[in-house]
Design a protein around this ligand. Structure first.
Ligand code: 13P
Length: 339
């Protein structure tokens, strides 16, 4: 079959499959390893990623693609096999994070603009040669009583659209990720309002830049209450509000929406996704592109010890399976306890 942007995007959101976001930057993976008392050396990072990518049950059945980082897309497993080949052998698609991070936005205290457009065309061409067929760019929108500003929303949407256009030029499917953060004490309704403005701006800019929606995947936050909000929205409310905001803003030509977990508990991330799919009748596939919600459990089980690799792989396979069921609307809380 000839590979097109559409066929790649469709495969990324195949029924019951989702994405493993293993694209932690050097700073972020150090934070995760600090939490389990593991030194962030190149070897430990390699061993950890190799453990995940060799978890056959998860990779073959539940994981459609893996987001890598500049280090990992070039890294080899202990036996010399490129990590990219491990991923491909399991039937999963290698992807790559290409933004250079969210940096303070001049003139807008407390807000950030994601950088990384300079030289991106050449980097994408190289990543394609290294095996990447999709990419990710994350914009960060924070909420307070006075932010986000329109300037921040528009600047980030413009950068996402320019990134997406460059990806498609290079045969790579862009994952566009405008993350509205769940830090803070705002209500779910305030998250709804900011998410709506953010997505509307994003799809306007994608249209302006002639980005082909059929070859684009959206990676959004869910509409949740801020972590410090006293009155937390329940599972069903989150599901309904999140779908309502997409119906207003996300064109039906987008093949799939894969959520970030954003600091939700593992089980909440699964339950929310399941509740949305249980509603059904939607034009887009709804699945996951979780970092923490797929990796916190295996990280803890592994804790940097070779003798714990099997336990780490069991923990990863379990979370991947639970989220696969949620992507089909077939997850049940009892399945967590049974494990
Ligand atoms: P989390 O699921 O931990 O939010 O990570 C997803 C991701 O890729 C953030 O950019």
């Amino acid at each position: 079959m000839t590979e097109t942007l559409e066929s790649i995007a469709k495969a990324m959101v195949a029924p019951g499959k989702g994405i493993l976001a293993a694209d932690e930057s050097s700073g972020t993976i150090k934070k995760r390893f600090d939490a389990i008392n593991v030194a962030s050396t190149e070897e430990n990072r390699r061993d950890y990623r190799e453990m995940l990518f060799r978890t056959e049950e998860a990779m073959k059945n539940y994981i459609s693609g893996v987001i890598l980082y500049d280090e990992t897309i070039r890294q080899k497993a202990k036996d010399g096999t490129p990590l990219v080949d491990l991923i491909k052998k399991s039937g999963s698609i290698p992807g790559i994070k290409v933004d250079a991070g969210a940096k303070p936005m001049a003139g807008f205290p407390g807000e950030t603009i994601t950088e990384g457009l300079d030289g991106l065309d050449d980097r994408l061409a190289e990543y394609y040669k290294l095996g990447a067929r999709f990419a990710k760019w994350r914009a960060v929108i924070d909420i307070s009583p006075v932010i986000p500003t329109n300037a921040c929303i528009e600047a980030n949407a413009e950068a996402l659209a320019r990134y997406a256009a460059l990806c498609q030029k290079n045969g790579i499917v862009p994952i566009v990720e405008p993350e509205v953060l769940m830090d803070g004490d705002h209500t779910a309704d305030r998250c709804f309002e900011v998410t709506e403005a953010t997505l509307r701006a994003l799809f306007n800019r994608l249209a302006l830049h002639n980005v082909k929606l059929e070859g684009t995947i959206l990676k959004p936050n869910m509409v949740v209450s801020g972590k410090k909000c006293a009155k937390q929205a329940g599972i069903q409310e989150v599901a309904e509000k999140t779908i309502a905001v997409f119906k207003r803003t996300v064109p039906a030509a987008i093949p799939g929406i894969v959520f970030l977990s954003g600091g939700q508990s593992d089980e909440d991330a699964t339950a929310h996704l399941n509740a949305m799919n249980a509603i059904g009748g939607l034009p887009w596939a709804l699945s996951f592109s979780y970092g923490r919600a797929l990796q916190a459990a295996p990280q803890k089980a592994w804790s940097g010890k070779a003798e714990n690799v099997a336990a780490g792989q069991r923990a990863f396979a379990h979370r991947a399976k639970m989220n696969s069921l949620a992507a089909l609307g077939k997850w049940k809380a009892e399945l967590e306890k049974a494990a």
